[in-house]
Design a protein around this ligand. Sequence first.
Ligand SMILES: Nc1ncnc2c1ncn2[C@@H]1O[C@H](COP(=O)(O)OP(=O)(O)OP(=O)(O)O)[C@@H](O)[C@H]1O
Ligand SMILES: [Mg+2]
Length: 282
Amino acid sequence: MSAGDRPGGLPGDSAPGGEAIEIIGLRKAFGANEVLRGIDFHVRAGEVVCVIGPSGSGKSTLLRCVNLLEEPTAGTVRVSGTEVTDPDVDIDAVRRRIGMVFQSFNLFPHLTALGNVAIAQRKVLRRDRAEAERIARENLERVGLADKVDAYPAQLSGGQQQRVAIARALAMGPEVMLFDEPTSALDPELVGDVLGVMRTLAEAGMTMLVVTHEMSFAREVADRVVFMDGGVVVEEGPASRVITDPQHERTRSFLARVLDPAAARVGEGEASDRFRSSDPGA
Ligand SMILES: Nc1ncnc2c1ncn2[C@@H]1O[C@H](COP(=O)(O)OP(=O)(O)OP(=O)(O)O)[C@@H](O)[C@H]1O
Ligand SMILES: [Mg+2]
């Protein structure tokens, strides 16, 4: 079954419970800098796994290795049973099965929402205009933007633009969706709509691997949470346990930072440590 056979992009076609993403001994180095140092975990079909961890821990690199935007240095990645790290793999065919949503929406400014969702379907999947636009409308409706099909990106809020980007990914009929901090560029009041769409997708059975700093989303929607630090998985488990009862000190100190609203405003890491130690009452 290829993504192209699934024009509606409806989730849940993979057998529930099968492995949708398998990551085995994954390593990635940029020159001398080993960013991923042996990552092992899997995402079952229909599961939502959230990846959390400090800045620079390798979360984006991990997602980018899953769809080969970065070439792993070592290890194996399988998506729905296909080894994407096989040197002979058809990279374009693999990417068609994987939807990716980034922090920045990267919409074409000269195309409407409809045009933005239709264009890759036409160019990559070779759908004709009428079919691509029909599927674009369906998916814009699915993300709550039925009334914005003719709007240009500049006429949309950041949250609406991100929902167009999600519709664009869904319209390709992916088997899994990767999200890399999809709400971190948004004004706080716009975050909820995007998370709401992601929650609906999860409830519909979409397999999702989500890098996020939204701990309430992770707690409520994720089946499992993976905490990364320094290029390794420090701990993983049910969201309820990793977030409310972390076993490792590194997880505890990270969560203390992101769950503290004052620290969250200035971000993680050194900046927030300085902020917190300089004036605890601020
Ligand atoms: N293309 C690249 N070339 C060289 N180094 C890179 C490249 N991409 C990432 N890195 C390095 O890899 C490390 C991990 O980066 P990555 O973007 O995966 O972290 P992250 O966990 O996603 O961080 P953030 O929370 O800030 O997004 C960083 O030290 C970064 O500088
Ligand atoms: Mg990142």
